[in-house]
Write a protein that binds this ligand. Structure first.
Ligand SMILES: [Zn+2]
Length: 58
């Protein structure tokens, strides 16, 4: 108990890491929250401006 408790990345609910759905190495209380997290993440990636190919920096 204690140290290695996992919590839902979406709502913070305590989850059992042996049975909890997992996405991107994160644990979730339910498949629904796992899917929502994936959707949120994909939406963020689409919105994120491409900053990788910026010129030289200092
Ligand atoms: Zn949840």
């Amino acid at each position: 108990m204690g140290w290695f408790d996992k919590h839902c990345e979406k709502c913070g609910e305590k989850v059992d890491k042996n049975t909890a759905p997992q996405r991107f190495g994160k644990h979730f209380c339910s498949k629904e929250h796992a899917e929502e997290y994936v959707n949120d993440r994909e939406a963020q990636m689409k919105q994120a401006p491409k900053q990788k190919s910026g010129g030289g920096c200092c």
